[in-house]
Ligand binder design. Structure first.
Ligand code: SF4
Length: 373
Protein backbone atom coordinates (compact mmCIF):
# COMPACT_ATOMS: atom_id res chain seq x y z
CA UNK A 1 0.00 0.00 0.00
CA UNK A 2 1.40 3.39 -1.00
CA UNK A 3 -0.13 6.85 -1.19
CA UNK A 4 -0.89 6.10 -4.84
CA UNK A 5 -3.15 3.21 -3.73
CA UNK A 6 -4.72 5.45 -1.07
CA UNK A 7 -5.46 8.07 -3.74
CA UNK A 8 -7.36 5.56 -5.88
CA UNK A 9 -10.19 5.80 -3.33
CA UNK A 10 -10.36 9.62 -3.56
CA UNK A 11 -12.35 11.48 -6.20
CA UNK A 12 -10.89 14.87 -7.22
CA UNK A 13 -14.23 16.49 -8.13
CA UNK A 14 -15.93 15.32 -4.95
CA UNK A 15 -13.10 16.88 -2.92
CA UNK A 16 -13.41 20.15 -4.84
CA UNK A 17 -17.18 20.29 -4.30
CA UNK A 18 -16.88 19.33 -0.64
CA UNK A 19 -14.41 22.20 -0.01
CA UNK A 20 -16.63 24.66 -1.88
CA UNK A 21 -19.70 23.60 0.11
CA UNK A 22 -18.22 24.34 3.55
CA UNK A 23 -20.23 26.83 5.63
CA UNK A 24 -19.44 29.35 8.36
CA UNK A 25 -20.60 26.74 10.89
CA UNK A 26 -18.04 24.25 9.54
CA UNK A 27 -15.29 26.89 9.85
CA UNK A 28 -16.29 27.83 13.40
CA UNK A 29 -16.43 24.16 14.35
CA UNK A 30 -12.88 23.66 12.93
CA UNK A 31 -11.62 26.71 14.81
CA UNK A 32 -13.05 25.43 18.09
CA UNK A 33 -11.10 22.14 18.00
CA UNK A 34 -7.70 21.38 19.49
CA UNK A 35 -6.95 18.59 17.00
CA UNK A 36 -8.21 19.16 13.47
CA UNK A 37 -9.42 16.50 11.05
CA UNK A 38 -8.98 16.54 7.27
CA UNK A 39 -12.60 17.63 7.06
CA UNK A 40 -11.75 20.62 9.30
CA UNK A 41 -8.82 21.42 7.02
CA UNK A 42 -11.25 21.56 4.09
CA UNK A 43 -13.32 24.12 6.00
CA UNK A 44 -10.29 26.31 6.73
CA UNK A 45 -9.21 26.50 3.08
CA UNK A 46 -12.75 27.06 1.83
CA UNK A 47 -14.15 30.42 0.67
CA UNK A 48 -16.30 30.38 3.83
CA UNK A 49 -13.15 30.78 5.97
CA UNK A 50 -11.99 33.99 4.29
CA UNK A 51 -13.71 36.31 6.86
CA UNK A 52 -11.90 34.39 9.67
CA UNK A 53 -8.39 35.14 8.42
CA UNK A 54 -7.41 37.34 11.35
CA UNK A 55 -8.51 34.70 13.86
CA UNK A 56 -6.68 31.97 11.92
CA UNK A 57 -3.50 34.05 11.73
CA UNK A 58 -3.48 34.72 15.49
CA UNK A 59 -3.91 31.04 16.29
CA UNK A 60 -1.33 30.02 13.69
CA UNK A 61 1.24 32.42 15.11
CA UNK A 62 0.60 31.17 18.64
CA UNK A 63 0.93 27.49 17.67
CA UNK A 64 4.11 28.18 15.68
CA UNK A 65 5.80 29.99 18.57
CA UNK A 66 4.73 27.23 20.98
CA UNK A 67 6.21 24.48 18.82
CA UNK A 68 9.21 26.21 17.17
CA UNK A 69 10.04 29.03 19.61
CA UNK A 70 10.96 32.49 18.33
CA UNK A 71 13.11 31.13 15.53
CA UNK A 72 13.22 31.03 11.75
CA UNK A 73 15.58 28.72 9.92
CA UNK A 74 17.46 30.05 6.90
CA UNK A 75 18.45 28.00 3.86
CA UNK A 76 19.71 28.70 0.38
CA UNK A 77 19.19 26.81 -2.90
CA UNK A 78 22.34 25.89 -4.82
CA UNK A 79 21.61 25.02 -8.44
CA UNK A 80 23.81 22.21 -9.74
CA UNK A 81 22.56 21.98 -13.31
CA UNK A 82 19.88 23.24 -15.66
CA UNK A 83 20.06 20.18 -17.89
CA UNK A 84 16.69 18.46 -18.13
CA UNK A 85 15.28 15.65 -20.28
CA UNK A 86 11.67 16.49 -19.50
CA UNK A 87 9.11 18.89 -20.86
CA UNK A 88 7.04 20.54 -18.13
CA UNK A 89 4.90 23.31 -19.58
CA UNK A 90 5.59 25.74 -16.71
CA UNK A 91 9.37 25.43 -16.34
CA UNK A 92 12.26 27.37 -17.90
CA UNK A 93 14.52 24.27 -17.78
CA UNK A 94 12.25 22.23 -20.13
CA UNK A 95 14.29 20.52 -22.82
CA UNK A 96 12.57 22.45 -25.64
CA UNK A 97 13.50 25.87 -24.21
CA UNK A 98 16.51 27.36 -25.98
CA UNK A 99 18.67 28.35 -23.00
CA UNK A 100 22.35 27.77 -22.34
CA UNK A 101 22.80 24.50 -20.45
CA UNK A 102 25.43 23.86 -17.85
CA UNK A 103 26.30 21.50 -15.01
CA UNK A 104 28.68 22.54 -12.25
CA UNK A 105 32.08 20.86 -12.31
CA UNK A 106 33.71 20.09 -8.97
CA UNK A 107 35.80 23.30 -8.96
CA UNK A 108 32.72 25.34 -9.88
CA UNK A 109 30.75 23.64 -7.12
CA UNK A 110 33.49 24.40 -4.60
CA UNK A 111 33.42 28.06 -5.62
CA UNK A 112 29.64 28.15 -5.17
CA UNK A 113 29.94 26.49 -1.76
CA UNK A 114 32.51 29.08 -0.68
CA UNK A 115 30.24 31.93 -1.84
CA UNK A 116 27.23 30.52 -0.01
CA UNK A 117 29.23 29.88 3.18
CA UNK A 118 30.45 33.45 3.05
CA UNK A 119 26.84 34.62 3.17
CA UNK A 120 26.48 32.72 6.47
CA UNK A 121 24.39 29.71 5.41
CA UNK A 122 24.81 26.31 7.01
CA UNK A 123 21.74 24.71 5.41
CA UNK A 124 21.89 24.18 1.67
CA UNK A 125 19.30 22.87 -0.78
CA UNK A 126 20.85 21.29 -3.89
CA UNK A 127 18.62 21.74 -6.95
CA UNK A 128 18.92 20.43 -10.49
CA UNK A 129 16.90 19.62 -13.58
CA UNK A 130 16.17 15.98 -14.28
CA UNK A 131 18.86 14.52 -16.50
CA UNK A 132 19.32 10.92 -15.50
CA UNK A 133 22.63 10.37 -17.32
CA UNK A 134 24.40 13.67 -16.73
CA UNK A 135 22.99 14.69 -13.32
CA UNK A 136 21.91 11.34 -11.89
CA UNK A 137 23.04 9.08 -9.09
CA UNK A 138 26.68 8.95 -10.28
CA UNK A 139 26.94 12.75 -10.14
CA UNK A 140 25.25 12.88 -6.72
CA UNK A 141 27.61 10.19 -5.38
CA UNK A 142 30.55 12.34 -6.44
CA UNK A 143 29.41 15.59 -4.84
CA UNK A 144 27.37 14.80 -1.73
CA UNK A 145 30.23 13.98 0.62
CA UNK A 146 32.01 17.12 -0.49
CA UNK A 147 28.95 19.33 0.07
CA UNK A 148 28.05 17.70 3.37
CA UNK A 149 31.54 18.28 4.72
CA UNK A 150 30.80 22.03 4.46
CA UNK A 151 27.20 22.24 5.70
CA UNK A 152 25.34 21.13 8.83
CA UNK A 153 22.21 20.29 6.83
CA UNK A 154 21.91 19.06 3.26
CA UNK A 155 18.61 18.89 1.35
CA UNK A 156 18.03 17.97 -2.28
CA UNK A 157 15.38 18.84 -4.82
CA UNK A 158 16.40 16.74 -7.82
CA UNK A 159 14.92 13.93 -9.88
CA UNK A 160 13.14 11.19 -7.91
CA UNK A 161 15.33 8.15 -7.23
CA UNK A 162 14.87 4.51 -6.22
CA UNK A 163 14.84 3.48 -2.57
CA UNK A 164 18.31 1.87 -2.65
CA UNK A 165 19.74 5.04 -4.23
CA UNK A 166 18.27 7.15 -1.44
CA UNK A 167 19.70 4.74 1.13
CA UNK A 168 23.14 5.20 -0.40
CA UNK A 169 22.85 9.02 -0.42
CA UNK A 170 21.60 9.07 3.17
CA UNK A 171 24.74 7.13 4.14
CA UNK A 172 26.79 9.80 2.37
CA UNK A 173 25.14 12.59 4.39
CA UNK A 174 21.82 13.49 2.76
CA UNK A 175 19.37 14.85 5.37
CA UNK A 176 16.24 15.80 3.44
CA UNK A 177 14.56 15.49 0.04
CA UNK A 178 11.93 17.85 -1.36
CA UNK A 179 9.68 16.36 -3.99
CA UNK A 180 6.64 18.27 -5.13
CA UNK A 181 3.85 16.43 -6.91
CA UNK A 182 3.08 19.68 -8.81
CA UNK A 183 -0.60 18.64 -9.05
CA UNK A 184 -2.37 15.64 -7.54
CA UNK A 185 -4.93 15.62 -10.37
CA UNK A 186 -3.64 12.93 -12.78
CA UNK A 187 -5.47 14.47 -15.76
CA UNK A 188 -3.95 17.93 -15.21
CA UNK A 189 -0.61 16.30 -14.44
CA UNK A 190 -0.64 14.57 -17.83
CA UNK A 191 -1.50 17.85 -19.58
CA UNK A 192 1.60 19.58 -18.14
CA UNK A 193 4.22 16.82 -18.25
CA UNK A 194 4.68 16.15 -21.91
CA UNK A 195 7.98 14.33 -22.18
CA UNK A 196 10.42 12.35 -20.07
CA UNK A 197 10.40 10.30 -16.90
CA UNK A 198 8.38 12.88 -15.01
CA UNK A 199 5.35 11.82 -17.05
CA UNK A 200 5.10 8.85 -14.69
CA UNK A 201 2.60 10.24 -12.16
CA UNK A 202 2.76 7.14 -9.97
CA UNK A 203 6.56 6.97 -9.71
CA UNK A 204 6.68 10.61 -8.65
CA UNK A 205 3.82 10.26 -6.18
CA UNK A 206 5.43 7.22 -4.55
CA UNK A 207 8.78 9.02 -4.10
CA UNK A 208 7.87 10.05 -0.55
CA UNK A 209 7.02 6.40 0.21
CA UNK A 210 10.45 5.31 -1.06
CA UNK A 211 12.09 8.02 1.03
CA UNK A 212 10.15 6.99 4.12
CA UNK A 213 11.21 3.36 3.62
CA UNK A 214 14.82 4.48 3.10
CA UNK A 215 14.70 6.17 6.53
CA UNK A 216 15.35 9.77 5.47
CA UNK A 217 15.38 12.41 8.22
CA UNK A 218 12.99 14.84 6.48
CA UNK A 219 10.67 14.87 3.46
CA UNK A 220 9.30 18.02 1.85
CA UNK A 221 6.07 17.88 -0.13
CA UNK A 222 3.81 20.38 -1.88
CA UNK A 223 1.84 21.30 -4.98
CA UNK A 224 2.70 23.91 -7.57
CA UNK A 225 -0.02 26.46 -7.06
CA UNK A 226 -1.63 27.55 -10.30
CA UNK A 227 -1.66 24.27 -12.25
CA UNK A 228 -5.12 23.29 -11.02
CA UNK A 229 -7.61 24.41 -8.36
CA UNK A 230 -5.33 25.44 -5.48
CA UNK A 231 -7.77 24.41 -2.77
CA UNK A 232 -8.19 20.86 -4.04
CA UNK A 233 -4.45 20.41 -4.61
CA UNK A 234 -3.67 21.78 -1.14
CA UNK A 235 -6.20 19.41 0.39
CA UNK A 236 -4.36 16.54 -1.34
CA UNK A 237 -1.09 17.79 0.16
CA UNK A 238 -2.73 17.65 3.60
CA UNK A 239 -3.96 14.11 2.92
CA UNK A 240 -0.47 13.15 1.76
CA UNK A 241 1.08 14.60 4.92
CA UNK A 242 -1.45 12.81 7.10
CA UNK A 243 -0.76 9.49 5.35
CA UNK A 244 3.04 9.91 5.54
CA UNK A 245 3.04 10.83 9.22
CA UNK A 246 0.97 7.79 10.07
CA UNK A 247 3.08 5.48 7.89
CA UNK A 248 6.64 6.80 8.40
CA UNK A 249 6.32 8.38 11.82
CA UNK A 250 10.09 8.64 12.46
CA UNK A 251 10.49 11.12 9.59
CA UNK A 252 9.99 14.90 9.83
CA UNK A 253 7.97 16.76 7.21
CA UNK A 254 7.90 20.14 5.58
CA UNK A 255 5.46 21.77 3.18
CA UNK A 256 6.11 24.42 0.55
CA UNK A 257 3.49 26.32 -1.44
CA UNK A 258 5.24 27.63 -4.56
CA UNK A 259 3.06 29.90 -6.67
CA UNK A 260 3.86 29.83 -10.37
CA UNK A 261 6.30 32.55 -11.44
CA UNK A 262 7.15 33.85 -14.93
CA UNK A 263 9.80 31.72 -16.69
CA UNK A 264 11.17 31.13 -20.21
CA UNK A 265 8.22 29.96 -22.37
CA UNK A 266 4.64 31.12 -22.61
CA UNK A 267 2.93 29.39 -19.69
CA UNK A 268 0.11 31.16 -17.84
CA UNK A 269 -1.26 29.78 -14.52
CA UNK A 270 -4.76 28.26 -14.65
CA UNK A 271 -5.79 29.53 -11.23
CA UNK A 272 -4.54 32.65 -9.50
CA UNK A 273 -4.10 32.60 -5.74
CA UNK A 274 -4.16 36.00 -4.02
CA UNK A 275 -1.83 36.95 -1.16
CA UNK A 276 -4.71 36.69 1.31
CA UNK A 277 -5.52 33.20 0.06
CA UNK A 278 -1.89 32.11 0.43
CA UNK A 279 -1.91 33.38 4.00
CA UNK A 280 -5.17 31.50 4.58
CA UNK A 281 -3.51 28.31 3.33
CA UNK A 282 -0.39 28.79 5.49
CA UNK A 283 -2.57 29.26 8.59
CA UNK A 284 -4.75 26.28 7.68
CA UNK A 285 -1.68 24.01 7.42
CA UNK A 286 -0.43 25.24 10.80
CA UNK A 287 -3.79 24.74 12.53
CA UNK A 288 -4.10 21.30 10.96
CA UNK A 289 -0.58 20.26 11.90
CA UNK A 290 1.35 22.21 14.57
CA UNK A 291 4.53 20.14 13.97
CA UNK A 292 4.99 20.46 10.21
CA UNK A 293 7.68 22.82 8.95
CA UNK A 294 6.35 25.49 6.58
CA UNK A 295 8.78 26.97 4.10
CA UNK A 296 8.60 30.20 2.11
CA UNK A 297 10.93 30.92 -0.80
CA UNK A 298 12.05 34.04 -2.64
CA UNK A 299 9.36 33.39 -5.26
CA UNK A 300 7.21 35.59 -3.02
CA UNK A 301 7.52 39.36 -2.83
CA UNK A 302 9.44 41.18 -0.10
CA UNK A 303 6.21 42.81 1.09
CA UNK A 304 4.37 39.51 1.42
CA UNK A 305 7.30 37.77 3.12
CA UNK A 306 7.72 40.58 5.64
CA UNK A 307 4.08 40.36 6.63
CA UNK A 308 3.61 36.60 6.87
CA UNK A 309 6.90 35.40 8.26
CA UNK A 310 5.85 35.58 11.95
CA UNK A 311 2.48 33.92 11.30
CA UNK A 312 3.37 30.28 10.69
CA UNK A 313 6.51 30.04 8.58
CA UNK A 314 9.46 28.11 10.02
CA UNK A 315 12.05 28.24 7.23
CA UNK A 316 12.97 30.85 4.69
CA UNK A 317 15.39 31.20 1.79
CA UNK A 318 17.20 34.46 1.05
CA UNK A 319 19.72 35.82 -1.43
CA UNK A 320 18.73 33.01 -3.82
CA UNK A 321 19.84 32.50 -7.39
CA UNK A 322 17.99 29.99 -9.58
CA UNK A 323 20.79 29.47 -12.07
CA UNK A 324 23.76 27.10 -11.79
CA UNK A 325 26.84 29.12 -10.86
CA UNK A 326 24.63 32.07 -9.87
CA UNK A 327 26.56 32.93 -6.71
CA UNK A 328 29.94 33.27 -8.41
CA UNK A 329 29.01 34.40 -11.92
CA UNK A 330 26.90 37.56 -11.95
CA UNK A 331 26.65 37.82 -15.73
CA UNK A 332 22.98 37.92 -16.76
CA UNK A 333 22.97 34.59 -18.57
CA UNK A 334 19.69 32.99 -19.61
CA UNK A 335 20.12 29.99 -17.33
CA UNK A 336 17.43 30.55 -14.70
CA UNK A 337 14.59 28.21 -13.78
CA UNK A 338 12.31 31.13 -12.87
CA UNK A 339 12.54 34.76 -11.80
CA UNK A 340 12.76 35.35 -8.07
CA UNK A 341 10.69 38.12 -6.54
CA UNK A 342 12.49 38.94 -3.29
CA UNK A 343 16.15 39.65 -4.07
CA UNK A 344 17.19 41.10 -0.70
CA UNK A 345 20.54 39.82 0.58
CA UNK A 346 20.60 37.49 3.63
CA UNK A 347 21.97 40.12 6.02
CA UNK A 348 19.06 42.45 5.20
CA UNK A 349 16.64 39.57 5.67
CA UNK A 350 18.22 38.75 9.02
CA UNK A 351 17.70 42.34 10.15
CA UNK A 352 14.02 42.24 9.19
CA UNK A 353 13.52 38.93 10.98
CA UNK A 354 15.11 40.37 14.13
CA UNK A 355 12.84 43.42 13.92
CA UNK A 356 9.91 40.99 14.06
CA UNK A 357 11.24 39.68 17.38
CA UNK A 358 12.52 36.41 15.88
CA UNK A 359 15.92 34.79 15.95
CA UNK A 360 17.63 33.54 12.79
CA UNK A 361 18.84 29.95 12.85
CA UNK A 362 21.41 29.11 10.20
CA UNK A 363 21.45 25.35 10.72
CA UNK A 364 19.02 22.55 11.52
CA UNK A 365 19.54 22.32 15.28
CA UNK A 366 17.59 19.12 15.88
CA UNK A 367 19.70 17.18 13.44
CA UNK A 368 22.97 18.70 14.64
CA UNK A 369 22.15 17.92 18.25
CA UNK A 370 21.08 14.37 17.38
CA UNK A 371 24.38 13.86 15.61
CA UNK A 372 26.44 15.05 18.55
CA UNK A 373 24.88 12.74 21.17
S1 SF4 B 1 10.09 21.18 -13.51
FE1 SF4 B 1 11.92 19.93 -13.16
S2 SF4 B 1 11.62 18.17 -14.51
FE2 SF4 B 1 10.24 19.76 -15.26
S3 SF4 B 1 11.40 20.82 -16.85
FE3 SF4 B 1 11.72 21.90 -14.90
S4 SF4 B 1 13.59 21.06 -14.06
FE4 SF4 B 1 12.86 19.65 -15.65
Amino acid sequence: MSFYDYLQQVNWDECRLSIRSKSKTDVECALSRQRLTLNDFQALISPAAEPYLEQMAQRSMQLTRQRFGNTLQMYIPLYLSNLCSNICTYCGFSIHNKIRRTTLTLPQLNAEIAAVKKMGFDHVLLVSGESEHRVGIDYFRKIIKQVKSQFAHLSMEVQPLDQHEYEELIDLGLDAVLVYQETYNPVTYAAHHLKGKKQDFRYRLETADRLGKAGIHKIGIGALIGLDDWRTDSYHVAMHLDYLQRTYWQTKYSISFPRLRPCAGEFQPKSIMTDRQLLQLICAYRLFNPDVELSLSTRESAHFRNNVLPLGITSLSAGSSTQPGGYTDDRKLALKQFEISDDRPPEQMEEIIKQKGLEVVWKDWDRSLNASF
